[in-house]
Write a protein that binds this ligand. Structure first.
Ligand code: URA
Length: 200
């Protein structure tokens, strides 16, 4: 699929998310003047990062990972010499849950269908789920449910998955926000990121 077609399909995903009145998070979005956060980056990227859900800054700007966790993600990307514009960054849940509470199963199921479409559009070679919600969703989606372990064991491991477009890798990592007050998790996350260099 050429880049233009991918961008068109991604616009359709965006338009549907903007009008997603059926979402349990829609009323909260409107009441708070928030925006849905579709994702950002190269629709033809090899590397796709999947977080949990937008926080306050993201919902105000409509951009993923643009607050404190985003600053760490930017540092991680630059530590391995990748430009943020060359990867694709999104979340499972596309609207901010009230007070950043954990997403519900219903929200993950609803917004997961949009993430599935984004994966089909981008056809990445490597998917990096950030944190346990994204890891559980992505590993279950790619029939790796029986290999799911706590993120403290799974982080930095490469799991092979076969999809209709080709063999891909799934490399779960700690969520950048989890490292804000934990220096050693932060060091681990930077080390895990180094393993992505071979995919650039
Ligand atoms: N945390 C996430 O999981 N996603 C964002 O976009 C920002 C913070």
């Amino acid at each position: 699929m050429d880049r233009g077609k991918k961008e068109d399909l991604m616009h359709t995903v965006k338009d549907e998310l903007v009008g997603l009145e059926a979402s349990p998070l829609y009323a909260y979005r409107i009441e708070n003047d928030n925006l849905p956060v579709v994702g950002e980056g190269d629709c033809d990227a090899n590397l796709m990062f999947v977080g949990e859900a937008p926080g306050k800054n993201e919902a105000k700007s409509g951009r993923p990972f643009c607050g404190a966790a985003g600053k760490i993600l930017d540092e991680l990307l630059s530590s391995i010499g990748i430009d943020r514009d060359l990867v694709y960054i999104t979340n499972i849940v596309k609207d901010r849950p009230p007070e950043n509470r954990d997403p519900t199963t219903e929200e993950i199921e609803l917004y997961g269908t949009f993430l599935d479409r984004q994966i089909e559009i981008i056809q990445p070679k490597v998917i990096v789920p950030l944190g346990r919600y994204a890891m559980n969703y992505i590993m279950t989606k790619f029939d790796l449910e029986d290999k799911i372990e706590p993120i403290s064991f799974a982080h930095g491991k490469e799991y092979g998955a076969k999809v209709f477009f080709e063999d891909i890798k799934i490399v779960p990592m700690y969520h950048p926000a989890a490292t804000i007050y934990n220096r050693s998790l932060g060091d681990t996350l930077f080390e895990d990121f180094m393993t992505l260099k071979k995919f650039i």
